[in-house]
Design a protein around this ligand. Structure first.
Ligand code: PMP
Ligand code: GLU
Length: 399
């Protein structure tokens, strides 16, 4: 028995590069190597106590059973209120689906909407899983690339030119993983003006980093004129509430899309964890300001890392205004050697960082940009400073 028995669909799927690199770092650590892992995008904060307490209370109250596939009513109501409060969006509970992470929301949407050969425009650099999920669901990913000189942001004109009769879906995240770039309200408005007049075209707006933004409030494209009927707004508890391990995400979508996603989910996994949902309802009712200490910390770290990265010759950064990533251009290192090893591309670059600096990062190629690499700065100032020093030292040997 061997892997040739696997389905073609599965064989054509790449492993998640973020998860692969995080595992590589864990393996090295377990061998006693002092690896600093900047690979996985995960808050280093623990879930706030008031949320953990709510889950304990829910467990004690016997919330241990199967839940409605779309989510328990108290959570869906809390999500509707949150959409109204933070995003100016009016949803009814029948337009909300709670899933096992935002990742499942994205899979549900693609499984529900895509037919073979439907094209999906993915703003690039993109989060690794968009591309693979679209492919797995039979769609054709169409990367729409905007480079570092454009702060990695797609313009309305670029979008207009990329759209054709086969385009069914557009996927983007703002604040963005991996670039940390954020679309302003004016930029979202301009993109919406291009999309709104098109029929049979949908947008998946991934707003999971909504609360980790340094230049104001995250604008939701669904709130723009003509957009609500064609937008699926995906969000979740993982990032803003430091709840990655709870596996709770949600979407607001037109009712027929929400119903389709619930149908898929009803066959694949059913409703998310009962006591987790009870706690998420409490979390979402809280004033987001209560959690802004995390954002403040990320901003401090962002400024620290920007200074340290900009001090390394050959590394080019943008100034990310959200999420907790840097996505520097490192193409200046391609072709450079330390006498025994040559850096040919971004894959080799991150291998050099891991082997010679013991810092784990992720190749830009996995995010659709072979000139870059990604680091997550969701870790302590000490670890970040040490990691940047190690990177600087290792790279100084290459000329
Ligand atoms: N979208 C983006 C842009 C992400 O970075 C992540 C983090 N893995 C997800 C979705 C998935 O989040 P979740 O943990 O809720 O599945
Ligand atoms: N969103 C995180 C990342 O990009 C978590 C890992 C994943 O789910 O891919 O690193």
């Amino acid at each position: 028995m061997s892997s040739h028995h696997l389905s073609t669909k599965l064989s054509n799927m790449s492993q998640s590069a973020t998860i692969k690199m995080a595992q590589k770092a864990r393996d090295l650590k377990s061998k006693g190597i002092d690896v600093i892992s900047l690979s996985l995008g995960e808050p280093d904060f623990d879930t706030p106590d008031f949320i953990k307490d709510a889950a304990s209370e829910a467990l004690a109250a016997g919330k241990t059973k199967y839940t409605p596939v779309s989510g328990v009513m108290e959570l869906r109501e809390a999500i509707c209120n949150k959409f109204q409060r933070d995003n100016g969006l009016t949803y009814s509970t029948s337009e909300i689906v709670v899933s096992n992470g935002a990742k499942q929301c994205i899979a549900n949407v693609c499984l529900s909407l895509l037919n073979p050969h439907d094209e999906v425009i993915i703003f690039t650099p993109y989060w690794v899983s968009y591309f693979e999920i679209v492919k797995f669901c039979g769609g054709t990913p169409v990367p729409l690339y905007a480079g570092i000189d454009m702060d990695f942001k797609v313009t309305p004109q670029m979008l207009e030119e990329a759209m054709n009769d086969k385009t069914k879906l557009i996927i983007f995240s703002s604040p963005s993983n991996p670039t940390g770039s954020t679309y302003t309200k004016a930029e979202i408005e301009a993109l919406a003006k291009v999309i709104a007049p098109r029929n049979d075209l949908f947008v998946l707006s991934d707003e999971i980093y909504e609360y980790i933004i340094f230049n104001g409030k995250n604008p939701s494209i669904a709130a723009e004129p003509g957009m609500k009927d064609k937008t699926i707004t995906v969000n979740g508890m993982s990032k803003g509430f430091a709840m990655t391990g709870w596996r709770l995400g949600y979407m607001g979508a037109p009712e027929w899309i929400a119903a389709a996603c619930a149908k898929v989910q009803g066959q694949f996994t059913s409703g998310a964890t009962a006591f987790g949902q009870a706690a998420a309802a409490i979390a979402l009712q809280e004033d987001p300001e209560k959690l802004s200490f995390m954002k403040d910390k990320y901003l401090e770290r962002k400024n620290l890392v920007k200074g340290l990265l900009d001090d390394i010759p050959g590394i080019k950064t943008n100034d990310p205004q959200g999420a907790f990533y840097f996505f520097p251009d490192i193409s200046a290192f391609f072709g450079k050697s330390n006498g025994t090893r040559r850096i040919e591309d971004a894959d080799e670059f991150v291998d050099v960082l891991l082997d010679e600096a013991h810092v784990a990062a992720v190749t830009g190629a996995a995010f659709g940009d072979p000139n870059s690499f990604r680091i997550s700065y969701a870790t302590s100032n000490e670890q970040l400073t040490e990691a940047m020093q190690r990177i600087k030292k290792a790279l100084s040997a290459y000329s």
